[in-house]
Design a protein around this ligand. Structure first.
Ligand SMILES: [Zn+2]
Length: 312
């Protein structure tokens, strides 16, 4: 298993051939790099592609590897030849160790916007940046990225940087993002990962709904991704399950989070008797409030009702 950052080849410097082909999630290479792909990379690994935009090195896409084939085998497969247009498939002469990589379109992504690579990101990735009088910052960064082999934690960190809001296929991707939340060794890591998870969770909820479930506040700055079954009580899967949450304004989030309100099976609000009628007015809650829930949300709500809600 090995994941890499690979430079995008400028078609102008590559016989007008684009590689990787973002439109079809393919990438080909040969020689030493082809050998690396063939022998080190396997299904499920991630290839990130980097490119200089203006004067900034950026990661512009990633492919989750589905399959790697020797070009001669790929050329013999009619289905592949009909579907794909990667230049490696169409040259007459096969080069040494020439291979083609197919990315899984559902788990791969073209980044919009691209992820800017700077010293701070290298630092987060624990990649040492050493100034050299002979190279500009851009050159140094570019050299650091070229065929950089990534550890699992570096892959996770990079994936966490990718804002799912910019991609429609987020929900499909959610499954592959689940592995970001892993058992942690130190408190600090736990907090960092929890934050990463929370922001992904909020972004995911924002793709589904964009306002407080109860009052309609729609300014994203004031929307909190509220877990129904709290983060601390959830397992890894539940933490990122969009059904285990909804967006609430800070007001309603505080009430829900502390168990002063919950919801019945029919979605009708349950309000703790400990809240007097004036407070209800000031906190904008009343007995007529109701939300709709799907079956899976109902399950999480049952947990909230039975474990968190304070009836009186
Ligand atoms: Zn609200």
């Amino acid at each position: 298993m090995a994941s890499y950052i690979i430079p995008y080849l400028d078609p102008k410097k590559n016989n007008m051939e684009e590689d990787p082909l973002f439109s079809e999630y393919t990438y080909g290479d040969n020689g030493e790099r082809g050998l690396t792909l063939k022998t080190k990379v396997s299904k499920g690994d991630i290839l990130f592609f980097s490119k200089t935009i203006d004067t900034n090195p950026c990661i512009t896409a990633f492919y989750e590897v589905e399959k790697i084939l020797d070009i001669k085998n790929a050329k013999m497969d009619n289905k592949i030849m009909m579907k794909y247009h990667n230049p490696h498939l169409y040259r007459d002469k096969i080069q040494e160790n020439e291979v083609i990589v197919f990315g899984n379109p559902e788990k791969s992504m073209i980044l919009d916007p691209p992820l800017l690579v700077n010293k701070a990101l290298l630092d987060e990735l624990s990649i040492e940046y050493n100034d050299s009088p002979n190279h500009s910052e851009l050159q140094t960064l570019t050299l650091k990225l070229r065929w950089k082999r990534l550890s699992n934690s570096q892959v996770k960190l990079l994936l966490s940087k990718v804002n799912p809001l910019y991609n429609e296929s987020f929900l499909k991707l959610q499954k592959s993002l689940e592995f970001q939340i892993v058992l942690d060794k130190t408190e600090r890591e736990t907090i960092v990962k929890a934050r990463i998870g929370q922001s992904i969770f909020k972004d995911a909820l924002l793709t589904v709904e964009k306002k407080c479930r109860l009052c309609g506040v729609s300014d994203e700055h004031f929307l909190v991704a509220s877990h129904i079954k709290p983060w601390s009580k959830s397992n890894h899967k539940e933490r990122l399950d969009v059904n285990n949450g909804f967006l609430l304004c800070p007001n309603h989030d505080a009430l829900f989070d502390k168990g002063f309100i919950s919801f019945g099976e029919n979605g009708v609000i349950l309000i703790s008797d400990s809240i007097d009628k004036y407070t209800k007015v000031f906190l904008n809650i009343n007995e007529n409030m109701k939300i709709s829930m799907n079956e899976s949300q109902q399950q999480y709500m049952k947990w909230h009702r039975e474990n968190l809600f304070i009836p009186m």
